[in-house]
Design a protein around this ligand. Structure first.
Ligand SMILES: [Fe+2]
Length: 339
């Protein structure tokens, strides 16, 4: 149980609501000595959970995560400090990935990149932040290819962080994609790198969706439209700002095409929507790994399904067009999840 302080006065609560801003619980790892307390918001009130003048301990952070707190509330001056520390730590680990223990470095890099992605969702027009994400991801792809044997462990370690799915999903699906592409030897390293980047950045359009919509089980038609448009938003946000060719930006723009195909398959008697574009193997694989990771992991409103169940669905989506690749995928996943 979290230790919470006694009830503050009404005026104190009001003052806090004007001052405090949310950050993700995982970002507390980057805090040094805090100038002010850290609060949680529960039943309409702010409660302090970390004292001012202290450094949040691993135990305090884990307790918050265990109690399903996605965000904590802190003062802007402490937020600035934490965001600065996060960027510094990301730059440092990105530059020295090959120095020291690769498992430790890779695990740390995946965690910092995913946390920093949260900052990009908040400020999608910040060029500096976007380039930091782009360059760090580019470096990471080379490092991952060089450290093939650690890929399953990197993947599992990121799942263990228990980040909100909007932060972990892009990295998880991209690590799995990279690992598979490397195993089938059909693509050059540069193509694998570009597909890794496209897969990782494909969801930044969700920055246009209000935070409180992600955890809802049922959405209004308008919200459904908003979610359906996030791939277009991603394309619009990235076009002209990152050194990825049109081909990869197009993959981002259409990365949900398989979901639409799936809907058509599940509603056989209804009129099928005509595909306007022919999608290639690269697009199919980016989409497949996105769907696979989404289906096999828990969401706030549902449990994840088994690998076997999700492969049944993926078979329907790709096995007709790509029977060899589907077979290779099944063999690859068995091996990847065994490690
Ligand atoms: Fe997406």
């Amino acid at each position: 149980m979290l230790k919470v302080a006694s009830f503050n006065s009404y005026s104190e609560q009001h003052r806090l609501s004007l001052k405090l801003r949310p950050i993700l619980v995982g970002e507390l790892y980057l805090a040094r000595k805090l100038k002010n307390p850290v609060y949680i918001f529960k039943n309409g009130l702010f409660y302090p959970v970390v004292n001012e003048g202290s450094v949040p301990t691993k135990e305090q952070i884990n307790t918050l995560i265990k109690n399903a707190h996605r965000e904590v509330y802190i003062y802007p001056e402490d937020i600035q400090e934490i965001k600065k520390n996060l960027e510094t730590a990301l730059v440092k680990v990105t530059r020295s990935l090959s120095v020291g223990d690769p498992l430790e470095n890779g695990t740390k890099d995946l965690k910092l990149l995913s946390l920093n992605l949260g900052g990009l969702y908040e400020n999608p027009h910040n060029d500096e932040l976007l380039m930091l994400q782009f360059q760090s991801t580019q470096n990471l792809s080379k490092f991952l290819m060089e450290n093939k044997k650690h890929q399953p462990q990197f993947f599992q370690n990121l799942i263990r962080e228990n980040f909100h799915f909007t932060l972990s999903q892009p990295m998880l699906s991209s690590v799995l994609l990279l690992s598979f592409l490397q195993s089938i030897h059909l693509f050059h390293d540069k193509e694998v790198e570009n597909l890794f980047l496209a897969s990782y950045l494909k969801d930044i359009g969700i920055s246009m969706i209000p935070d409180d919509k992600y955890d809802l089980k049922t959405l209004t038609t308008r919200d459904q439209e908003l979610f359906a448009n996030h791939a277009d938003f991603s394309f619009e946000l990235l076009e002209g700002r990152i050194p990825l060719s049109k081909n990869y930006l197009t993959i981002i723009k259409h990365h949900h095409f398989l979901n639409d195909k799936m809907k058509d398959l599940l509603q056989k008697d209804k009129k099928k929507s005509e595909p306007e574009i022919i999608f290639g193997l690269e697009s199919t694989l980016v989409s497949v790994f996105d769907i696979l990771v989404a289906m096999t992991n828990d969401r706030p409103y549902r449990k994840g399904m088994s690998l076997f169940q999700s492969l049944e669905l993926i078979k329907m989506m790709m096995a007709d067009e790509y029977p060899q690749e589907f077979k290779a995928l099944v063999i690859f996943l068995k091996q990847f999840y065994k490690n």
